[in-house]
Design a binder for this molecule. Structure first.
Ligand code: EPZ
Length: 417
């Protein structure tokens, strides 16, 4: 089992180029199933979850190849509608093939995603909304057996709760539904906007009619297109926090700063110096870190995917802080490991109380989920001495070339095989 060896403490200094967004690439790859024309995708991050989604598409009959960093997808002879547990269990976004398969074939058998470290990951909101498009489904032995005998019929649908995945699944499915579909109470994460831009370029008729409402008019054909996926805002946020934690001086490049305004405003309030340019943000971490009360929320609120990372920074604040995790039911798996490094964090329900003035101590650590793993690296970078982080396959799911990028800005980090 691979592990990471990290020597702290040192200040991160220099420039990091941000990769393409995992969470924009996954729904866009799923949506490619709608097209019977070739699709050329650029800026996909080389991370495990993307590899898994590509394997899932291949298992459905997609012809996929990489040429000079461009992924070429040909779904003209794609005809399978069975998404197996083996592939979906490791990457919950596999449920996103359900919408396009139903849109294209009118039936599908897709494994339920199953739970993970951060929660049970139900898909009830996806299924309830799909049934409003005329889909009949039953759950048999962990699989969704779904079909739409009369094809998908456009409808007015209001999500009972804001869900990124359900919004994505329904936008994709509605593109081929007969007539007009209005989705309201949608998630509006930037990755969803990127998915909509991709689908519109493909020829789908979609427009945002209100902040959280979208109108889709069904079509029955699409164009051959090439598309470049947006930057990964969570990767960008992670490195900004890493610079703040190590009192470093870092430029994060190839980004659209306005997309991460909430995060940069919080970092400014905490005491970091932030310089924003057209496609980059420079952050200068300060010794004095102010405590904060933070609540995770759907975009444009503070992202749950940065909660573990900002918690490390708040451990170093000059007063106590609180973090309320309002999105997932079990997203404090990193707390026990951070406490083993000298943090003093207590949990009550979905509220974490964080004592300030922590001096992190190096330790041997265990990663549990993608974002918790990276928070352990941030703490190890701030701690004196050598830390070891085990089960780093979690990291490889969502961070491209993490050690290489960190080494380039002065981190002493290496993978042990
Ligand atoms: C997406 O997950 C992201 N994954 C997550 O990032 C991210 O944390 C999450 O959105 C919230 O922003 C991808 O985009 C691939 P949700 P998703 O549906 O779609 C509940 C990462 O680290 N819910 O918005 O699964 C759900 O349990 C990952 O990159 C239902 O109850 O998130 C959760 O409590 C982790 N029923 C809340 O809603 C449903 O049918 C938000 O989930 C669907 C969701």
């Amino acid at each position: 089992m691979q592990k990471l060896e990290v020597f702290g403490a040192n200040k991160l200094k220099g420039e990091i180029n941000i990769s393409g967004s995992k969470n924009a690439s996954l729904p866009i790859l799923a949506a490619s199933l709608l097209s019977s024309k070739k699709i050329y995708l650029k800026n996909l991050p080389k991370v495990k979850d993307i590899e898994t989604m590509i394997n899932l598409l291949k298992s459905l009959g997609s012809k996929i190849k990489f040429e000079k960093k461009i992924l070429i997808i040909d779904n003209s002879s794609q005809n399978k509608k069975f998404a197996s547990y083996n592939l979906v269990k490791t990457m919950r976004a596999g449920i996103l093939v359900l919408g396009p398969l139903l849109a294209k074939f009118g039936n599908a058998k897709v494994s339920l995603p199953g739970g993970c470290a951060i929660g049970t990951r139900p898909v009830n909101i996806h299924l309830k909304a799909l049934s409003k498009l005329g889909v009949k489904y039953k759950i048999v032995q962990g699989y969704v057996h779904a079909n739409a005998p009369k094809g998908l019929i456009g409808s007015k649908i209001r999500f009972s709760k804001i869900s990124v995945g359900a919004t994505e699944n329904l936008i994709i499915a509605s593109c081929f539904a007969k007539g007009k579909t209005i989705l309201s109470n949608c998630a509006i994460e930037p990755e969803i906007k990127d998915l909509v831009s991709f689908l519109k370029k493909m020829g789908c008729k979609i427009e945002w009619i209100k902040k959280r409402s979208i109108k889709i008019i069904g079509v029955n054909h699409t164009n051959e297109i090439s598309y470049s996926v947006m930057f990964d805002r969570i990767e960008a946020g992670t490195y900004l926090v890493a610079a703040a934690v190590t009192e470093g001086n870092l430029k994060v490049k190839n980004i659209k700063p306005s997309v991460i305004k909430t995060e940069t405003e919080i970092l400014k309030k905490i005491g970091s110096k932030i310089i924003i340019k057209k496609k980059e943000i420079q952050i200068i971490g300060k010794k004095k870190i102010k405590g904060m009360r933070i609540k995770t929320a759907p975009y444009p609120g503070f992202p749950t995917d940065l909660q573990a990372q900002i918690m490390v920074l708040l451990c170093k604040a000059n007063i106590n802080s609180q973090i309320k995790e309002d999105i997932f039911e079990n997203r404090f798996m990193h707390v026990a490991e951070l406490n083993r490094m000298g943090a003093q964090i207590s949990i009550k329900g979905n509220q974490a109380s964080i004592k300030g003035n922590t001096i992190f101590k190096s330790a041997e650590l265990m990663a549990t989920d993608l974002r918790a793993s990276v928070s352990l690296i941030l703490a190890a970078l701030a701690a004196d001495g050598k830390s070891i982080i085990n089960r780093i396959y979690h990291l490889d799911r969502g961070y491209e070339n993490l050690e290489k990028k960190l080494k380039k800005v002065g981190a002493r980090i290496k993978r042990i095989y």
